[in-house]
Design a protein around this ligand. Structure first.
Ligand SMILES: Cc1cc2nc3c(=O)[nH]c(=O)nc-3n(C[C@H](O)[C@H](O)[C@H](O)COP(=O)(O)OP(=O)(O)OC[C@H]3O[C@@H](n4cnc5c(N)ncnc54)[C@H](O)[C@@H]3O)c2cc1C
Length: 413
């Protein structure tokens, strides 16, 4: 019987330990999947959330919660408790060269109750959201569930198979949501076609101690041919060292001492703590990508978050876009799921609402990468911050775009 449900079982069907059913099976416990699970669970919809890892703790996954997401948390009555968790706030992003400095984005002018970026370790955010969701008896979280196959019946996705707990398991669901991130397995299994752009940079991430006398907030520091972005995480700086695409091997060959030297050249104040960086294992490499799928859905399956659109780190908006996708998806599918009449047009609504904002932010990121990042990385001239950043009328635009986005998203269920 199990075999007849699948067009392509890749293993012996007798290996399956158990079969469960649900209304919505969400694959991936990142920001998109966790928030969608919460929104659907609150509506009394049976939801299962499958996460491949055994915990939420991964390094350098992006710890920024923008005002748009805090507004969503407030709509859910969660903002005060979220802000009670240890966090820091970034009110301005500054760009600084050896001779000059300018404010790239000033969130303090935004019309919101949360005019700042909340720096909260993503692991804490995900634990908070999933603990909240576990209050609903119709919700089930399965950690260590690595989804490897789709169950497809007559061309309709009818669930997934995952490996975990020593064997294969099957979940049958009315709707499967792929929220499984930039290397999405469901995107691949579902045969979704992507439109790629090729960002001209990669990023190395590492942490250094932050001293009480250091400046607060986030800043971009620019030297000849080098860019460093420093994010205030209370007692630490989370540092992004931007390199030209494909330059990582050359850097590794040159050695860690060369990297450290270059960091101190751009930010001399870090000279008294750079020795904390003593091994390449402290440095995480991010291959920057930017893409989006042409169609975000097929019968029985919807993609959201990075699974639908891989974001460049410029502006640090990936988490926020993922969560906004989750809210729009919940608005579109909750009622039809409850009424047992979910149709393809309900899934299409999600792409209709989210594709334009995604295209706009990706276009903005491409411009910043080409006009600012690539110029700096390929030039030995000192970079001057663009004059428009000093025009008050344009001053608020980057903060608005990064912090709130052009199309506000609200919880409507
Ligand atoms: C180094 C780095 C730094 C970043 N910094 C920032 C930042 O400062 N601000 C920002 O907004 N964004 C940042 N981003 C981007 C941001 O992390 C992503 O855009 C965001 O996490 C996307 O959320 P998501 O829920 O769509 O996917 P993810 O957060 O990637 O979550 C996907 C989840 O799916 C799980 N999964 C994957 N495959 C399977 C499977 N087969 N079965 C079950 N589960 C699976 C994964 O384990 C993961 O938990 C950064 C990304 C990286 C890599």
């Amino acid at each position: 019987m199990t075999n007849s449900l699948s067009e392509n079982p890749a293993h012996d069907i007798h290996d399956i330990i158990d079969v469960q059913t649900t209304d919505c099976c969400i694959v991936g416990g990142g920001p998109a999947g966790a928030v969608l699970a919460l929104l659907l669970a609150r509506q009394g919809i049976p939801v299962m959330l499958l996460e491949a890892h055994k915990d939420f703790d991964r390094d350098f996954r992006g710890d920024t919660i923008h005002p748009s997401v805090m507004e969503i948390m407030a709509e859910l009555g969660l903002s005060d408790r979220l802000l009670a968790l240890p966090h820091s706030k970034i009110r301005q992003l500054r760009i600084q060269t050896a001779e000059d400095s300018a404010i790239l984005a000033d969130f303090s002018h935004l019309k919101t109750n949360y005019p700042y970026i909340t720096m909260l370790p993503q692991v804490k955010f995900l634990e908070f959201i999933t603990q909240e969701t576990q209050k609903y008896p119709n919700f089930q979280l399965i950690m260590g569930a690595n989804v490897q196959e789709l169950i497809i019946t007559d061309g309709v996705v009818a669930g997934v198979r995952y490996r975990g707990g020593g064997g294969w398991h099957e979940i049958r669901s009315k709707l499967t949501v792929g929220a499984d991130g930039r290397h999405s397995k469901l995107r691949q299994l579902g045969g979704f076609e992507s439109v790629e752009t090729s960002p001209s940079m990669d990023v190395l991430w590492f942490r250094l101690p932050r001293h009480p006398e250091d400046a607060e907030g986030g800043m971009g520091r620019i030297g000849k041919g080098h860019i460093l972005v420093m994010l205030d995480r209370g007692e630490e700086w989370q540092v992004a060292y931007v390199i030209p695409k494909g330059g990582y091997q050359q850097l590794r060959t040159a050695g860690l001492e060369e990297l450290k030297k270059s960091v101190v050249e751009v930010v001399p104040e870090l000279g008294n703590r750079i020795s904390n960086l003593h091994d390449w294992s402290q440095v995480a490499f991010l291959s920057v990508e930017s893409s989006r799928v042409k169609r975000w859905y097929r019968p029985g399956l919807l993609l959201i978050g990075d699974a639908a659109h891989v974001m460049s780190p410029v502006g640090g908006v990936g988490i926020n876009y993922a969560i906004q996708d989750a809210v729009v998806a919940a608005n579109a599918i909750a009622k039809p799921l409850k009424n047992q009449n979910l149709q393809l047009k309900d899934l299409a609504k999600v792409q209709n609402q989210r594709e334009l904002p995604t295209r706009i932010i990706q276009a903005f990121q491409t411009i910043i990468q080409k006009q600012i990042f690539t110029r700096i990385l390929t030039s030995d001239q000192t970079f001057q911050p663009p004059a428009f950043l000093r025009l008050p009328i344009l001053r608020d635009f980057p903060a608005r775009l990064i912090g709130l986005g052009l199309f506000p998203v609200h919880v409507q269920i």
